[in-house]
Ligand binder design. Structure first.
Ligand code: SF4
Length: 424
């Protein structure tokens, strides 16, 4: 049985269109998780899952030889300011621990990591010579530092790794954690240590109230590879692990694709919900085409909106820099906003009352040409404000798009005259 403090649930409920009772019930049946390590203060803990608003995660982090702690902190602030519900530190460069501690010291939203990166970047031991217990020890260390959720790639088996290297796909493994584990397993000739040590993994997660985000090492990284044997085989393993975690009172969510054509998204969401017993679904995109590098915040927002519409609960953002370079601060903002648009569009049709209310309020402000209210309620208030100021520095109540032919104003004036005539 999963139990969380009432105070935490009440705090999470305040940010939702749901009561603490509903969240408590969702936690108990495994359809909702609340992301928060019990040793860290988080100003905005977030509830992810059934009936909750669709959440957005932003990835930041050092890459070998690139970026700096100061720049990644700027990205973290930009992500939170743009509305990210969580931040994942995916650092793989030097100063990895310094950055993580800095983020954990001030980030107002839950922070996630992929702990295996710590091992891959550590200098103490060659990655290939690591033992099974090293994979668990790093979790204990990060749990103690205050990380709120872990991506654990426990679903990739040695058989799957052996099959993946036979090149049955266009792109074999695109998950960094998955590729690291596959290389370790193939080298050592041993099973996935997160799978063999899953009891210890759960024990740490339980002790710190950490949510396990069961990673999809074998997510498709090319449209052509979507919903293939490797992806589905891993999902079946994740479904079994989800049940084990639930029976130990450990919160769990499931990560999903990836690259996926539009017509397979609904089926994939439903399949994940069925196989993983309604567990919250955290999708990485999905990107609906491989043909738009430089615009992958858009390809993923299209996929994210469709996935969330059909029940995905948590969208991992993708920035315009995806597949091209390490994102800069502006890329981070664009990625968060694109995913927030996808999440919000889905929330309208998921029946989240505050989402529909927000749209109605903007529509009414638009009808009145009340620019201030429109911008204040926008997902990105700054951009439209700047655009209007640049194109039209005066206080005119129409915009430069149609100017004196503003249809809204013409109709308003026409209706005004008509009602004035009617009063005579
Ligand atoms: S001028 Fe055109 S675009 Fe602008 S508010 Fe009026 S109808 Fe809308």
């Amino acid at each position: 049985m999963i139990t969380l403090p009432d105070k935490l649930i009440t705090k999470a409920a305040r940010l939702e269109d749901a009561s603490a009772r509903e969240i408590k019930k969702g936690i108990a049946d495994g359809t909702i998780v609340v992301l928060k390590n019990n040793t860290r203060g988080v100003a905005r803990p977030c509830a992810v899952g059934k009936g909750m608003t669709t959440k957005v995660n932003a990835n930041i982090g050092l890459s070998s030889g690139n970026s700096s702690v100061a720049l990644e902190m700027k990205k973290m602030n930009a992500a939170v300011e743009a509305g990210a519900d969580t931040v994942m530190d995916l650092s793989t460069g030097s100063s990895i621990r310094k950055l993580r501690r800095k983020i954990l010291g001030c980030c107002p939203v839950p922070v996630g990591t992929v702990p295996i990166y710590d091992l891959a970047c550590g200098k103490k031991k060659e990655f290939r010579s690591l033992g099974e217990s090293d994979f668990v020890d790093v979790l204990e260390k990060q749990a103690d530092e205050g990380v709120d959720f872990f991506t654990i790639h426990a679903g990739i088996t040695i058989d799957a790794a052996r099959f993946a290297v036979k090149k049955p796909r266009v792109i074999s493994i695109v998950s960094r954690g998955g590729a690291l584990l596959a290389s370790w397993m193939l080298d050592a000739g041993r099973e996935n240590p997160f799978l063999t040590q899953f009891d210890r993994v759960m024990e740490i997660a339980k002790r710190y109230s950490i949510t396990l985000s069961l990673g999809d090492s074998l997510r498709p990284g090319a449209i052509q590879d979507a919903t293939d044997h490797l992806q589905i085989q891993e999902l079946l393993v994740l479904g079994r692990l989800q049940q084990r975690a639930m029976s130990r009172g450990v919160q769990v969510m499931i990560e999903g694709p990836g690259h996926m054509p539009l017509d397979q998204i609904e089926m994939n969401v439903k399949l994940q919900k069925k196989i993983c017993h309604g567990s919250p679904f955290y999708v990485l995109g999905p990107l609906v085409t491989d043909a738009a590098p430089g615009y992958d915040h858009i390809t993923s927002a299209i996929g994210g909106a469709v996935a969330a519409w059909h029940g995905a609960d948590f969208l991992c953002y993708v920035t315009p820099a995806e597949h091209v370079k390490l994102p800069d601060v502006d890329d981070v903002k664009k990625g968060v906003i694109a995913s927030k648009i996808a999440a919000h569009a889905a929330d309208i049709v998921k029946g989240i009352p505050s989402a529909a209310r927000r749209d109605l309020a903007i529509s009414k402000a638009r009808a009145k040409r009340d620019w201030k209210t429109q911008f204040r309620l926008s997902l990105d208030p700054e951009l439209p404000k700047k655009m209007r100021l640049e194109s039209q520095p005066t206080e005119e109540d129409v915009c430069a798009m149609c100017a004196e032919f503003c249809s809204i104003k013409m109709m308003e004036e026409g209706l005004g005259k008509k009602s004035a005539r009617g009063k005579k």
